[in-house]
Design a protein around this ligand. Structure first.
Ligand code: 5GP
Ligand code: MG
Length: 178
């Protein structure tokens, strides 16, 4: 595995983002809408650096079923709170084509929240296919398929404490079921 962002780089980035969000919202209550499952670790680390009253709402989006190419996006909202009139912060692990964020934003606005701000951990530079851009992105990364810190390959590797790029050897080990 080639390490792209180490544990300490990730933590420093989260501290920086938390500082900006604290300055933006101060003690106003917010509802964090986190896109599962990729933003799970990002969510867990970020919320412990925030001190305003906050609600956590989860939405499931799946677009990479067992591979590295974009498929159809399916949404499941059974763990969503009512966001009507709320100041929302939409979180995702990575902004690639932007279709996931854009589609979920459209869906959120239909429920008439007071505001929506977007934050992503990773931004794949130059890949966007949509008009919207995240309000906050912690790290710009090149166009490589990354895993770890919540991000998966075939539903594995989410527990790696760093963000890495799988190399030929990792893909070979994965294929052999190790
Ligand atoms: P988009 O809709 O912006 O093209 O893709 C966003 C979603 O695709 C992310 O929420 C993430 O689940 C998945 N994704 C995009 N790029 C990567 C990547 O490099 N690695 C992993 N594991 N998932 C990715
Ligand atoms: Mg995702």
């Amino acid at each position: 595995m080639k390490i792209l962002l180490s544990e300490s780089q990730l933590q420093a980035g989260i501290v920086d983002l938390a500082g900006r969000l604290r300055a933006r919202y101060e003690q106003r209550p917010i509802t964090i809408v986190a896109i599962m499952t990729g933003s799970l670790v990002f969510l867990a680390d970020l919320i412990r650096r925030l001190d305003m009253p906050l609600h956590i709402s989860l939405i499931q989006a799946s677009s990479y079923r067992g591979g590295t190419t974009s498929g159809d996006l399916s949404l499941s909202s059974t763990m969503m709170l009512d966001i009507t009139g709320r100041d929302c912060l939409l979180l995702d692990d990575i902004f690639d084509t932007g279709k996931t964020l854009s589609r979920i934003l459209d869906w959120m606005w239909q429920q008439q929240p007071a505001s929506v701000t977007t934050a992503v951990l990773l931004n794949k530079v130059g890949q966007s296919r949509v008009a919207v851009r995240p309000d906050y992105s912690v790290f710009d990364i090149p166009n490589e398929f990354v895993v770890g810190y919540g991000l998966d390959y075939d539903d594995l590797y989410r527990n790696l404490p760093y963000v890495g790029v799988m190399e030929a050897e990792d893909l070979r080990q994965h294929a052999s079921g190790r």
